[in-house]
Design a protein around this ligand. Sequence first.
Ligand code: 1CP
Length: 346
Amino acid sequence: MSKIFVDACFRKETPYTPVWMMRQAGRYLPEYMEVRGQAGSFLNLCHNPEKACEVTIQPLDIVGVDAAILFSDILVIPDEMGMDLEFIKGQGPVFHDPIETQEDVDRLICGEEAANKLTYVYETIKLLKEKLPEDKALIGFTGAPWTLATYMIEGQGTKTYNLCKKMMYSNPELLHNILRKVTDIVKLYLEKQIQAGADVVQIFDSWAAAIEPGRYDEFSWKYMVEIAEYIKEKYPHIPVIMFPKGISAFINMDGVYGNFDVLGIDWGTPMAMAKAKLGDKYVLQGNMEPCRLYSKEETTKCVEKIQETMQGEGHIFNLGHGILPDVPVENAIHFVKECQRVSKKS
Ligand code: 1CP
């Protein structure tokens, strides 16, 4: 059976434009909070394939999205590289011993050994393949090397990225050594997700905008392209989605290139501009400002505007970044219904 989401990634005709939401399995769903409570903690939930499978499927049943995204986190990669991830209440993710020197890089677990430690992710995917309806696609994912490196260097989320940038401008070789190690693992990690059953993969470069546009290729995009090319060469039937957040200027200066299928457009980038620059080459995904979800009227207006721009061609509906925890579930349901309504082909 064909999957509408996979078809849309390859620009094939679909009955309507499929829709999903970044961070669609999460804290805005009471059902998620309940399962997370049973698991004891967020990380325990990631490590428990049965429960991770359950929360992956929740937004399909509750919100009606057209694709599932594997429940996990981008930070399980540095965790399995030996960096010991902890989620601290009220603070977020923390690595207590961040990377400062080449010796720190040398002690990281790398390549196949690190990718093989992520078995709980592959187990979750295998379980999902048994449980998901045949017409729904399963999206596997990873963080981009740059976004992962920001946490590995800062030891936590950051507003200024000063440690990363100090390294970028005063010791770029060290930063490239980190990016190289992560890139090599990510290639294998996505490959193993595909072998376990992922139908599509997405690379999240959530902190792309921290890099000045003229240097974005050098420190992030080229590594993402290398990963995409590795996957496309071996698995041409698997769509690859790139989501670099906040790179309007990079798009504008014609920086985007590479062998992948779908470009995720963040909410700060006008869809019409992205379409004019890249709509012939890539299917575009996005890009409602996630806070529009606080108002049903504003949601409808935005969905209609995006539809008017994209005309249901080479498009996948999504938010322009993740859904926030205090969005009413009924508004998320409204968003999904509106996307399916306005794009329905008669
Ligand atoms: O239950 C909880 O309180 C934990 C909240 C949570 C959830 C639900 C975190 C902590 N991660 C996740 C799941 C998650 N993370 C998914 C799968 C679920 C889905 O999308 O439906 C995915 C794809 C991610 C990816 C992720 N984690 C990103 C990239 C996407 C994005 O939103 O930009 C990033 C940056 C992270 C790091 C992360 N994970 C969690 C936190 C609090 C953070 C830090 C964010 C920050 O530094 O601001």
